[in-house]
Each structure stands twice: as structure tokens, then as C-alpha cells.
Design a binder for this molecule. Structure first.
Ligand SMILES: Cc1cc2nc3c(=O)[nH]c(=O)nc-3n(C[C@H](O)[C@H](O)[C@H](O)COP(=O)(O)OP(=O)(O)OC[C@H]3O[C@@H](n4cnc5c(N)ncnc54)[C@H](O)[C@@H]3O)c2cc1C
Length: 454
């Protein structure tokens, strides 16, 4: 995240037209692939003979049961892929976008798979002229791999239940996260019954191979990007805590030192998932933006909000640190205009600091620091220096929510329509500022956000 003298091109180009970034190309490619996959999942039952179920006993109910099963499991596959940290997806959608898709697809997958279980059981009950609950017993006792399929469904429903907002609020984030991993157990348990009983797979060896291969590739992506690469990088760069300095405003500054950090190709505004290898904490990874990278030293600033972040101040010098990343597309690569308006709510300044450093000389950035009280301000001197070096300005907006109208941001920065607008901070703050600019008629693509929660 050194100042990138991208010079000429962007600075002198008066056109507000957006160039397609590599992230957007990647997104189009990923969407096209996902669309083709969905088309195949929907079209397969029409061409492989499953459609003939509508003329057999059970009729449409059985056919819809088959289709919902296939499509639901396809949604589950893409949902798992979204959690694989595939660089193409991370670059194109950013972490918030990827996790948004992961969440929405999980709702679709669970709903379709539940519909599949209900419809198929109803159809089989119609065929054998028995009741719904009696048919469940028959399916489990007489059909191959149905016991594991029912256990898989039970696990999936449990995850759906604990993810309902009123129940999720009662669980700690860590407990919910551990529970939600059962989805992987559920998908493994249900796999055999898909091949043995699914009409699109029985007597269709090509479909069986393609389906199996697709799942293997998704599994490999998870193993490579979530386990192998983070492990190898962590070992290679050998990061350790070299300083822990509580600040007067409750924030803790943490310095991490390692080796070959330039090789990470970190961009300003990006973050890592950090894992501090101490007894109680090693199993939790939390995202924190990199404030800056000086030589082989990374600076973090952490605000205490819960267990993990509050314990950061107790970290011992010498603690080993493992990490995943760098992640995030809240970087200058998103810029399509000469000028940028950077808006940080409280601790959101950590990502903005890195972004500002990557803006070219003469780019005249405008930076808004929004804080409840002036005592919450941080990094002001260096932000002013970085802004001045780029002929830009820093504005401070302090006061509680009742006394500060976020619309004054637009009032201060008259040319906001011709700037890329970057917003980071708490999800509530980011959403409120984004809404202000949308109401003012700013185009969605002009707004780039990094909410500090996923
Ligand atoms: C991209 C990004 C960059 C961030 N950068 C910084 C930073 O530079 N400095 C800083 O102080 N904070 C930063 N945060 C916020 C920080 O990750 C959370 O405050 C921290 O993880 C809270 O954990 P906790 O156990 O202390 O609190 P909890 O009580 O567990 O969580 C408090 C809130 O933080 C969010 N959160 C908790 N764990 C995670 C997680 N693993 N992933 C995503 N969100 C989580 C949840 O919304 C939760 O409601 C960033 C968050 C994101 C998503």
C-alpha cells in the first residue's frame, strides 16, 4: 500500500464514464457461470427423462420434488463456493457482497431442499396410499441412504432455525459460527442419496461424474483458499506482535512484524482475518483493516466492542499471528473518477487511511471524519499530512446523532457528484450515509462501502 503514482491517465481524464475493472469482468464471468449452472440444474430434468414422472403415480408432486432437490442442492453448492475465499469472487464482490450472496443462497438452498423433502414424501405417500408420517418411516427403512439424508435435513433445519434473527441474537457470534459449520456435515451426509435415488443421476453416469466433480472442485477451493494458502502464508511471513499500545480513547494500537510482507501485494483499504495464537483465541479469526504497512511492520487499530476486540489490549509481545488475506475490494482500483470523497465513521478511519495513501499526488481528495466526540478522533495529523500532499482537505464532523445531520456532508463537498465516494464504519453509519447520497441522486456505482461487520 505504497502511494501508487498512477499519474496521468486517471488524473487528467475528464470523462466520468466508468471503465470496466478486472473485478467487474470477474463478476460477469462468475455470474455467467452461475447462470449456466442454474440453467443446467433446471433444464436437466426436462431432457433426462425425469419429466415423465408427471404421467406416473405421484405425478407433478414427484416431479417438482425432484426439481426442487436438484436446484436446492445446486444453490447449496454455489453457497459453499461463496465461502471459499476464491480470489475472483472476493475481488469482484468484496467481502460484504460475497457473504451477502452466501447468506441469501443458504436461505434458498434450505427452502428448496425442505420443499424437496416434503413434496417427495407426499408423492411417495400418494403412490403407496399411506399417510405422510408413515411414509417417512417407510422411506428411512426401505430406501438406501435415506436415514443419512433425513439426518442431513434435520441438521439443515437446525441451522436455518438458529439463523432466524430472534434466535441468532441470543447466541454469541462464535457459537452460531460453530453451529453453522454443520451445513458441511449435512451436505456430505445427503450426497449418497442424491446419486442413488435422484432420477437425474440414476442410470446417467455422465451426470453423476459431472456432479461429483463439481463438488470435488468446490471442496478443493475451500481446502486451498481457506486452509493451505493461509497456512503457508502465515508460516512464510512469520508475523508476531511487536507492540501493543492502548490509546487514550480506548482504541488499542497493535504492531505486527514479519518478513517479505511486500509479497502480499496489499492495497490500501484491505483487511486480513487475524488469528492471534494464544490459548483462548487461536480458533477465532476476526477482520481488521490494515492502517499501514511500513517495511515489514503492519499497524492495526482496534476498537473494543466485544470479547475478542476487548482482549486485544492484553496481547503479549511475541505472540504469533496467523492470517487469511489480504481481502476486500475497498481500494483505489474501484475508482472511475479523478477525485474521491472519503468518509469515515469512527473506527472506519482505519480502512480510509490506507485508501488515502494509495491516491495519487494531486488527486485533491476530500476526507470527512465523523465522530461522536472530538476525543474519538484518531490519526488526524497523518491524515491531514496525506491529504495535503495530494492537495486535498480533511473535514471533521463531530457531535451526537441528534445534533449532526449527515446531509451536511454533501453540503460541504459541493462537487460530490463528480467524485467516487468511499464510506467505511459501522454498518448503520455506512447505510445511513449511502442513503443520503442515493436520495441526492448519486448513482449506486459511484458509492463504495466497507461496513465493519459481516
Ligand atoms: C472488513 C472489516 C474491517 C474491519 N476493520 C476493523 C478495524 O480496523 N478496527 C476495528 O476495531 N474493527 C474493525 N472491524 C470490526 C471488527 O472485526 C469487529 O469489531 C470484531 O470482529 C468484533 O469482535 P468481538 O468478538 O470483539 O465482538 P462481538 O461482540 O463478537 O462482535 C461485535 C460485532 O462485530 C461484528 N463481528 C464480530 N466478529 C466478526 C467477524 N469474525 N467478522 C465480521 N464481523 C464480525 C459483528 O457484527 C458483531 O455484531 C472490521 C470489520 C470488518 C468486516
Amino acid at each position: 500500500m505504497k502511494t501508487t503514482a498512477r499519474g496521468g491517465g486517471l488524473e487528467t481524464d475528464p470523462s466520468p464514464t466508468r471503465r470496466a475493472s478486472s473485478g467487474e469482468t470477474g463478476l460477469l464471468f462468475a455470474l455467467a457461470l452461475a447462470g449456466i449452472g442454474l440453467g443446467v440444474a433446471l433444464g436437466l430434468p426436462l431432457v433426462d427423462g425425469t419429466i415423465h414422472e408427471i404421467h406416473a403415480p405421484g405425478g407433478w408432486t414427484l416431479f417438482l420434488g425432484s426439481v426442487t432437490g436438484l436446484v436446492g442442492t445446486y444453490f447449496a453448492m454455489v453457497m459453499v463456493l461463496m465461502a471459499s475465499r476464491l480470489p475472483l469472487l472476493e475481488r469482484a464482490l468484496g467481502r460484504g457482497g460475497v457473504m451477502g450472496w452466501h447468506k441469501n443462497l443458504s436461505v434458498l438452498a434450505i427452502s428448496f431442499i425442505l420443499a424437496h423433502a416434503v413434496l417427495t414424501t407426499v408423492a411417495y405417500a400418494q403412490i403407496s396410499k399411506t399417510g405422510f408420517s408413515h411414509e417417512i418411516g417407510v422411506l428411512i427403512n426401505t430406501y438406501p441412504d435415506m436415514l443419512t439424508a433425513f439426518i442431513a435435513l434435520g441438521l439443515m433445519l437446525l441451522i436455518g432455525l438458529v439463523s432466524l434473527p430472534w434466535l441468532r441474537r441470543r447466541l454469541s457470534r462464535e457459537n452460531w459460527w460453530l453451529l453453522h459449520l454443520l451445513i458441511y456435515v449435512s451436505l456430505v451426509l445427503s450426497f449418497a442419496h442424491e446419486l442413488v435415488l435422484g432420477p437425474s443421476f440414476v442410470n446417467h453416469p455422465v451426470a453423476q461424474w459431472v456432479w461429483g466433480l463439481a463438488w470435488v472442485l468446490v471442496g478443493v477451493a475451500i481446502l486451498v483458499y481457506r486452509v493451505c494458502i493461509p497456512l503457508l502464508r502465515s508460516l512464510r511471513h512469520g508475523l508476531r506482535v511487536v507492540a501493543v499500545e492502548p490509546q487514550s480513547n480506548g482504541i488499542t494500537k497493535v504492531l505486527l512484524e514479519g518478513q517479505y510482507l511486500d509479497d502480499l501485494r496489499l492495497q490500501g483499504g484491505q483487511f486480513f482475518e487475524w488469528r492471534f495464537l494464544t490459548r483462548g483465541r487461536w480458533w477465532q479469526a476476526h477482520p481488521f483493516s490494515v492502517v499501514d504497512l511500513q517495511g515489514d511492520v503492519i499497524r492495526l487499530m482496534v476498537k473494543p466492542v466485544g470479547d475478542f476486540s476487548s482482549n486485544i489490549a492484553q496481547l503479549k509481545v511475541g505472540t504469533r499471528v496467523w492470517f487469511e488475506g489480504p481481502y476486500g475490494n475497498f481500494t483505489v482500483a474501484r475508482r472511475a473518477r479523478d477525485r474521491a470523497l472519503l468518509i469515515a465513521g469512527g473506527i472506519g478511519v482505519t480502512a480510509i487511511r490506507g485508501l488515502l495513501e494509495d491516491l495519487p499526488a494531486g488527486s485533491r481528495p476530500a476526507l470527512i471524519l465523523r465522530v461522536t466526540s472530538k476525543t474519538d478522533l484518531m490519526l488526524v495529523d497523518e491524515l491531514e499530512r496525506l491529504a495535503n500532499e495530494r492537495n486535498g482537505r480533511v473535514y471533521i464532523l463531530s457531535g451526537d446523532r441528534t445534533s449532526v445531520d449527515l446531509r451536511t456532508i454533501a453540503g460541504n463537498i459541493k462537487d460530490y457528484r463528480s467524485r467516487d465516494i468511499f464510506i467505511s464504519g459501522s454498518p448503520g453509519f455506512v447505510e445511513a450515509v449511502r442513503d443520503v447520497f442515493l436520495q441526492l441522486g448519486v448513482h449506486r456505482r459511484q458509492l463504495h462501502v466497507e461496513p465493519y461487520s459481516i
